[in-house]
Ligand binder design. Structure first.
Ligand code: ASP
Ligand code: MG
Length: 423
């Protein structure tokens, strides 16, 4: 019998009725003889509510001392969930015990609100499993070396679940969520989008980092590092569907590439509107200039994504890059007030109305002309490409935000990703 980790998101835990249904589903797996560990999120909306209360009392930016307390508050959402789920299992006659992160313990660093898991001691959990208990562990939280409660960042329960699965060497980590798997693209934009039966870990990592919000990106990194077989599936199927049918549903993240090579070259289309573009115009073209522009941006702790530098004319060039939209005002400020005067650039321009659209697929490694097909498709739609960036398994373009949906639809069609059925 297998050791299985289930993760349930906030929507799945949204009411006592839903928690009961989660308990029935878990009970079904336990009764089939599996050793079960469950990692739930806070009830839906709860983390927002808690952080809202905190913000009412501390409207200004949090000091390091306050960050500690924010985590102390935010972590309580999951604490409630695990206790309620254990009670619901008891009501089903299933032995179950709940643990907060510190009781396991799930050890993290001290970066409040975005802590990283450093180690999980699986001993206590294993003893409970041996005694036939379902073990329910809080998602999203851990404990730092000085015994402070920490949280892992929004959406962090995915990471908790995969990390627990890795530590226990679980046979599979099933992430139950409000979508029934990973799609070729967002079905709200392309109704013909298709669910993928499998996706390679590398593709999933790209999809997650490029804007597909199905899994927290760190959870995918964990799955890759420890090769945790991870499946994304729906928590809205009736809890009493046959177990073997449920076990095959959703999308499995795989680590074997060979089978995949024969399939579609492009697995999916990702997009996001989370970035803004900054152009520094009329930059003197001399060694060190990229560092002089981007150094101060990095010092301000702002991530830079796509970068292009134009060919120079008469010793001057233009330099453009994208930053997270949230950081755009700060980045513009650094560039206008510090960088521009220091390097003698003619102008600094910003544009928040951009979108990044990406095609992702490990098949791109072995097929030529994939990027060209992307560019041709966009040109046929009259969409101007402002920036391009590529890696081995993805090509991203920055375009005007207002053409984003058109671009996604056209690319989905051009790469023949539409249904029916499942890949
Ligand atoms: N409850 C946390 C959040 O809302 C963690 C999670 O749901 O994954 O971000
Ligand atoms: Mg989530």
């Amino acid at each position: 019998m297998a050791l299985i980790v289930h993760k349930y998101g906030g929507t799945s835990m949204g009411s006592t009725e839903r928690i009961r249904s989660v308990a029935q589903r878990v009970a079904k797996w336990a009764r089939a003889g599996h050793r079960m560990v469950v990692v739930p999120s806070a009830m839906s909306g709860e983390t927002n509510r808690l952080l809202g209360l905190a913000r009412e009392l501390l409207p200004h930016a949090a000091t390091p001392e306050s960050m500690r307390e924010l985590d102390a508050v935010a972590a309580t959402g999951e604490q409630v969930s695990v206790g309620l789920l254990a009670l619901a299992l008891h009501a089903q006659g299933v032995p179950a015990v709940s643990y907060a992160g510190w009781q396991v313990p799930i050890e993290t660093d001290s970066a409040y609100t975005k802590a990283r898991i450093t180690r999980i001691d699986g001993e206590r959990v294993r003893r409970d499993l041996d005694a036939g208990r379902v073990v329910i562990i809080t998602g999203f939280q851990g404990i730092d070396p000085a015994d402070n409660v920490t949280t892992l960042g929004r959406g962090g329960s995915d990471t908790s679940a995969v990390a627990v699965a890795a530590a226990l060497k679980a046979d599979e980590c099933l992430i139950y969520t409000d979508v029934d798997g990973v799609y070729t693209t967002d079905p709200r934009i392309v109704p013909e989008a298709r669910r993928l039966a499998t996706i390679s870990f590398e593709e999933m990592l790209e999809m997650a980092s490029l804007g597909s919000k199905v899994l927290q990106i760190r959870s995918v990194e964990f799955a890759g590092k420890y090769r945790v077989p991870t499946r994304v599936l729906s928590s809205f199927t009736p809890w009493d569907i046959p177990l073997d049918e449920e076990a095959r549903s959703g999308t499995l993240i795989t680590f074997e590439e060979d089978e995949k090579m024969e399939q579609a070259v492009v697995a999916g289309i990702a997009f996001n509107r989370d970035e803004a573009k900054i152009s520094v115009i009329g930059v003197p073209d001399r060694p060190g200039i990229a560092f002089q522009i981007l150094g101060p941006v990095a010092e301000a702790n702002i991530d830079v994504d796509v970068i292009i530098q134009n060919l120079s004319h008469d010793g001057r060039t233009d330099f453009s890059f994208t930053v997270p939209r949230n950081d755009f005002p700060r980045a513009l400020d650094v560039l206008k007030n510090r960088v521009q005067p220091a390097i003698g650039a003619a102008e600094v321009r910003g544009d928040t109305k951009i979108a990044k659209v990406s095609i992702v697929g490990i098949g791109m490694r072995s097929h030529v002309g994939v990027a060209a097909k992307m560019f041709r498709t966009l040109s046929e739609e009259g969409i101007n490409i402002q920036m391009i960036t590529t890696s081995e398994i993805k090509t991203s373009v920055v375009i005007d935000e207002k053409y984003m949906e058109l671009a996604v639809r056209a690319l989905h069609r051009a790469f023949e990703l539409e249904g029916p059925g499942t890949a």
